[in-house]
Design a protein around this ligand. Structure first.
Ligand code: HSE
Length: 430
């Protein structure tokens, strides 16, 4: 059987998963492709540590550039991560016309325009299926299976760390910091967790999904990002009482020729598909004009699920090489249009608001007058019987309102004497 040589950059957790996957299923993959992918070299700065997989020491090197330049390496798998040296490696491989498979969402979100342009110029492939959703082939679904659709919306739970923490905050009713520390002890959260918990990992993924759905590249700066660090378990409990779960959602929605891309904690109906996604799992709900809703669910991280998607990409690249059809499917569809991003201030959605109010006559009237002045209509209001000093929490659920009006109203409300502390505002989806 014809062989195609692979070079692996980065022998970390996912890299070891790729090696394990090739060792376990390489023959099966080869029989399905009619071409055998063979791992010819692995580069990492550390080639001594035990990764739990046995490889021929002769294929290990600390020289990534030598791996890329090696004629025996026909496909480069980049699992170094980050936006520094990984960028140089990817560009070096593409410049030689070598196809690249990567899981690096941060790199593509920040430098996608340059990288995709070089792949186009060299008519070679850059595949990045594992950069969103780990083992869920959502990128392939958007790029191929849903190609005939106008994508109306994508809503995704794209970060397992956050979903684990939120699930635990609700289950145990404990504060964010306790859940984060538990998640770190269990290996579900990084020692330096800010990329995950502050929403930027989800935003990188949202940028890629939006690019695939609408064509063209999207600047990270056009994404509204709010993480889960400041979420209180009090609100998660109140949301549950109202029939909602709190999830860190990426919301991508096209309406009237403009696309909104936002990442923030959202209330979703507890019984909805996204409301049923617990723990480290990821899910993406895509609404296409022909399909209606389709849901993609699975493990969004972890060595083996991520390796599954990396190897699925390798298989496509190998097929393309074997049939001289490189760049058969462009990395990002070229819509010919510039994506018009809707500013966050113009987004309309429903809101959950929690205010800490003096329990006195006329207070609710003062609040509802301000909300009314800003054309914010209430669908329910609930005073919680849990006073703190002379203040009580009051939860409001609004009908659809414009973000700018809600901002303005909350600013006025926060300045009232009858309001104890900064109002809490969460958005409601679905
Ligand atoms: N850190 C991510 C998560 C996985 O927690 O889901 C890699 O994208």
């Amino acid at each position: 059987m014809k062989e195609i040589g692979l070079g692996l950059l980065g022998f970390g957790m996912v890299g070891a998963g790729v090696v394990r996957g090739l060792q376990a299923n390489g023959e099966l993959i080869g029989s399905r492709l009619g071409v055998r992918p063979v791992l010819r070299r692995i580069a990492d700065l550390d080639i001594e540590s035990d990764r739990g997989v046995t490889v021929d020491p002769a294929i290990l090197t600390t020289d990534a550039n030598a791996l890329i330049d090696d004629p025996a390496v026909e496909v480069v798998i980049e699992l170094v991560g980050g936006t520094g040296i990984a960028k140089a490696f990817v560009l070096r491989a593409l410049a030689q016309g070598k196809p690249v498979v990567t899981a690096n969402k941060a790199l593509l979100a920040d430098h996608g325009a340059e990288i995709f342009a070089l792949a186009r110029e060299k008519q070679t492939d850059i595949y990045f299926g594992a950069s969103v959703g780990g083992g869920i082939p959502i990128i392939r679904a958007l790029r191929e299976g849903l190609l005939a659709n106008r994508i109306q919306s994508i809503r995704g739970i794209l970060n397992g760390t956050c979903n684990y923490i939120l699930t635990e905050m609700e289950r145990a009713g404990v504060p964010f910091n306790t859940c984060l520390a538990d998640a770190q002890a269990l290996g579900f959260a990084e020692a330096e967790p800010s990329l995950d918990i502050d929403g930027f990992d989800t935003a990188h993924k949202a940028v890629l999904l939006a690019s695939l759905a609408y064509g063209g590249t999207v600047a990270m700066e056009s994404v509204y990002v709010e993480g889960i660090r400041n979420l209180s378990s009090l609100d998660i409990g109140y949301a549950r009482d109202l029939g909602y779960k709190v999830k860190l959602l990426a919301v991508i929605r096209s309406d009237d020729g403009a696309v909104e891309i936002r990442v923030h904690p959202s209330l979703v109906p507890a019984k909805s598909m996204l409301g049923s996604v617990h723990g480290v799992f990821n899910a993406v709900l895509v609404n296409g004009d022909l399909t209606g809703d389709t849901l993609y669910y699975g493990r969004g991280a972890g060595a083996d699920p991520t390796a599954s998607t990396v190897l699925g990409d390798v298989a496509d690249v190998v097929r393309n090489l074997a049939s001289a059809a490189a760049h058969r499917i462009p990395a990002i569809p070229d819509s010919g249009d510039v994506i018009r991003i809707r500013p966050m201030q113009d987004v309309t959605t429903r809101y959950y608001l929690r205010l800490s109010l003096k329990d006195e006559p006329g207070v609710l009237g003062a609040i509802t007058a301000i909300l009314g002045k800003h054309r914010i209509s209430l669908s329910s209001a609930l005073q919680k019987d849990e006073p703190e000093n002379s203040y009580v929490p009051v939860v409001f659920v609004t009908h659809e309102a414009r973000e700018a009006e809600v901002d303005a109203a909350l600013q006025e409300i926060a300045a009232l004497d009858c309001v104890a502390c900064a109002p809490v505002r969460l958005r409601i989806e679905g």
